[in-house]
Write a protein that binds this ligand. Structure first.
Ligand code: MLT
Length: 429
């Protein structure tokens, strides 16, 4: 493999170092390009060909459908680990010992309550408030209750406390954003419940009922959260890293990541899947009609939840969650016409050459949307579920960026506006 890349520019020849990762990914290091070439920069809208950092957290191979957290295949973690175990792995770099996991769980459990004053914030939101807007605001508001977390030079102990507070309080904030929208009484966390069970309790329990949580649903949620826990330098993770690179506190950085994830091109895709199914159902459920519309280049309709910008052949997370989806629907005996539409669309996408040739296979958003609907999560909460899963990945990436003392993110540009011109008082001509 070459050690350098040669660049011929304006009659000059430049040598740029080649960098290779532990999985043989190769990059051209352009960190000294502008200074070394008298001002040349590269241009790469969306950064699809540009690495923003070196990272040891997650490896994915879009061509081979590989996804590993700290070297462990996602298939094994989803099958054998708990979400808190995977959170520890992503953040600390190694799977926890029993003692470490016990201490981690105890610390998380101790911090599940949020300050009672925050309940007033919820009550100020209208019932129709989208929970992503509520949760993003609430996470940033946590920084106002813990001023010590604002110190950019806070020590490891303070950072760990903030990390544990975030992991512990996010499920409470998420569930309360739902209860607030329903105008139902808030359910407080129960310290004798596991992480996923506690969230489902706060989401669905009512103070007037004897509440139980289906273990099938707990298992499916544990798997879903693990599958969403990290995905290297995606849009929201890059946002968390850039915001954190200014030495903004972790709450503010995570809140920015939540806002980035809200977009229908990113985390909002699972909500868009159900809205698409609802559209087809409302139109009479003729799947063939809508498949034809999706194929028609003159028709703006596109299928949501199919294909992926990184995975070229299949999304390994979708393969795993598809089985879980079948299990949940079978165990819960769900007979939902929209889920029937989903099954028909899945069949078409897996068999029709139009979709197969374009790698428009069902992705993780397709199946996660179906499971969330089957377990009773309201559509507006789907992206909040993605937030719950992605939180440990965002934290791990933020921590890595800070520990590596990475510089503030500040991309350059190619200016295409007006050249210099003198002011003329046009308003009063
Ligand atoms: C993700 O998991 O963040 C999504 O698949 C989007 C991406 O990786 O670009």
């Amino acid at each position: 493999m070459s050690e350098i890349a040669k660049l011929e520019l304006d009659g000059n020849s430049y040598e740029l170092p080649i960098i290779e990762g532990t999985e043989n990914e190769k990059g051209i290091d352009i960190s000294k390009l502008r200074g070394g070439t008298g001002g040349y920069i590269t241009l790469d809208p969306g950064f699809k060909n540009t690495g923003s950092t070196k990272s040891a957290i997650t490896f994915l191979d879009g061509e081979k459908g590989i996804l590993r957290y700290r070297g462990y295949p996602i298939e094994q973690l989803a099958d054998k680990a708990s979400f808190l175990e995977v959170s520890y792995l992503l953040i600390e770099g190694e799977l926890p010992t029993q003692q470490q996991l016990t201490e981690f769980k105890e610390s998380i459990t101790k911090h599940t309550l949020v300050h009672e004053d925050m309940k007033q914030f919820f009550e100020a939101y209208p019932a129709k408030a989208h929970p992503m807007g509520v949760v993003a605001s609430m996470v940033c508001s946590l920084s106002t209750f813990y001023p010590e977390s604002l110190d950019p030079n806070r020590g490891e102990v303070a950072v760990d406390l903030t990390i544990h507070r975030l992991i512990a309080k996010l499920p409470t904030l998420a569930a309360w954003s739902h209860k607030n929208a329903m105008r139902h009484p808030f359910m407080y966390p129960k310290n004798d419940l596991g992480y996923c069970e506690n969230f489902l309790h706060m989401m669905f329990a009512m103070p007037t009922e004897n509440n139980t949580v289906d273990p099938v649903v707990v298992s499916a949620l544990n798997k879903l959260l693990i599958l969403h826990a990290d995905h290297e330098q995606n849009c929201s993770t890059s946002t968390v890293r850039v915001v954190g690179s200014s030495h903004a506190n972790l709450y503010a950085s995570i809140s920015a990541g939540i806002s980035a994830l809200w977009g229908p091109l990113h985390g909002g895709a699972n909500q868009a899947v159900i809205e698409m199914l609802q559209q087809i159902y409302n139109d009479g459920g003729d799947v063939d009609k809508w498949v034809a519309k999706a194929k028609d280049k003159n028709d703006p309709f596109r299928l949501m939840g199919f294909g992926h910008r990184v995975y070229k052949n299949f999304d390994p997370r979708a393969t795993i969650i598809k089985k879980s989806c079948d299990d949940v629907l079978a165990k819960l005996g769900v007979n939902d016409p929209m889920l029937e539409i989903a099954k028909k669309l899945e069949k078409v996408a897996l068999e029709d050459d139009y979709f197969k040739s374009r790698n428009l296979y069902p992705n993780v958003d397709f199946y996660s949307g179906i499971i969330y609907k089957a377990i009773g999560i309201p559509t507006e909460m789907f992206t909040v579920m993605f937030v719950l899963g992605r939180l440990p990945g965002w934290i791990a990436q933020w921590k890595e960026m800070r520990e590596n003392n990475e510089p503030i993110g500040r991309p350059r540009q190619i200016y295409t506006g007006e050249n210099a011109r003198d002011y003329v008082n046009i308003a009063n001509r």
